[in-house]
Design a binder for this molecule. Structure first.
Ligand SMILES: [Zn+2]
Length: 92
């Protein structure tokens, strides 16, 4: 499987993270907005809260954040969590 390395960053970043699909999910602790991140858009290491392992760059995964603002949290980017797809689907 060939690795896709796109150097045309300017074309690619025209839509800031807008290519994923956002949906919401109900879990035991509330509702979450879930956005899928393609491997091409995963460019950093993230710590998956589900398994405490890294989500490696190039790994398709999901970004989740509370659907309703949580007291004491801004609801901003810093509240977002990156999960492996499998870990998120296992979460209750
Ligand atoms: Zn995980």
């Amino acid at each position: 499987m060939p690795t896709q390395r796109r150097r045309s960053k300017h074309l690619r970043s025209a839509r800031p993270l807008g290519s994923g699909h956002a949906s919401s999910a109900a879990k035991a602790d509330g509702r979450w907005i879930v956005r899928t991140v393609s491997g091409a858009n995963a460019v950093k290491d993230y710590r998956c809260p589900g398994c405490d392992q890294l989500v490696r760059p190039g790994t398709p995964h999901v970004v989740v954040w509370p659907a309703e603002p949580v007291l004491g949290h801004s609801g901003g980017v810093e509240d977002r969590r990156h999960w492996h797809n499998s870990c998120w689907s296992r979460r209750r």
